[in-house]
Write a protein that binds this ligand. Structure first.
Ligand code: HEM
Length: 144
C-alpha cells in the first residue's frame, strides 16, 4: 500500500469514525443472521467490544506503515480469538461482514480503491492475529 492509498484509508476511517461502535454492532447483528456459529464465538453483550474492536481498526489504520508496532497487541488478540475457536474461515467471514458494513456506511464515498485498501488492511490484521495464535496461514503484506 503506497502513501496515497494509506492516506485515503485514513480519510475513510475518519469519515466513518462517528458511527464506529454502531458499525461493529451491525456486523455482530449480521453475523447472528447469516453466520450464527461465528456470532456465538463472541460474548452475547458486545456493547463494550463494539467500540474496542473499532478502535483497534483505527490503530491499524494509523500505523499501516509501521505495522510491526502492532504485532504484539494484535498477536494477543489473535490468541484470544484462537481460544474462542477462530480459524481462517471465521476471519474471512468477519472481514466480509466488516467490508459490507463499511461500504454501507460510506455511501457515495465508497469505490474500488477503498474496497482494495480496506481489504488489504484486514488481510494484514488477520495475518498478524493468526500468526500470534501460532497459525501459519497468512502473512501480513502491509509492512513491506
Ligand atoms: C474469528 C475471529 C475472532 C474471534 C473468534 C474473536 C473472539 C474474541 C473474544 C471471545 C473476545 C473476548 C470478548 C469478551 O470476553 O469481552 C474478543 C475480544 C476482542 N477482540 Fe476479537 N475475535 C476475533 C477477531 C477479531 C478481530 C479481527 C479484531 C480486530 C481487528 C478483534 C479485536 C478484539 C478486541 C479489540 C477485543 C477486546 C479486547 C479487550 O477487551 O482488551 N477480534 N475477541
Amino acid at each position: 500500500m503506497n502513501r496515497a492509498q494509506a492516506e485515503y484509508l485514513r480519510a475513510s476511517f475518519r469519515s466513518i469514525k462517528p458511527c464506529g461502535a454502531a458499525l461493529i454492532a451491525r456486523v455482530f447483528r449480521s453475523l447472528a443472521d447469516h453466520h450464527p456459529g461465528v456470532r456465538a464465538m463472541f460474548p452475547d453483550d458486545t456493547s463494550e467490544l463494539n467500540q474496542k474492536l473499532f478502535d483497534t481498526l483505527g490503530q491499524v489504520v494509523r500505523h499501516v506503515h509501521s505495522f510491526q508496532k502492532l504485532q504484539e497487541p494484535l498477536a494477543v488478540l489473535g490468541e484470544q480469538a484462537a481460544r474462542a475457536g477462530a480459524n481462517i474461515g471465521h476471519y474471512r467471514i468477519i472481514k466480509h461482514e466488516l467490508l459490507d458494513a463499511i461500504e454501507l456506511i460510506s455511501g457515495e464515498e465508497w469505490n474500488d480503491d477503498l474496497a482494495w485498501a480496506w481489504s488489504e488492511m484486514l488481510d494484514a490484521v488477520t495475518g498478524v492475529m493468526m500468526a500470534g495464535a501460532g497459525a501459519k496461514e497468512t502473512t501480513p503484506r502491509l509492512a513491506a
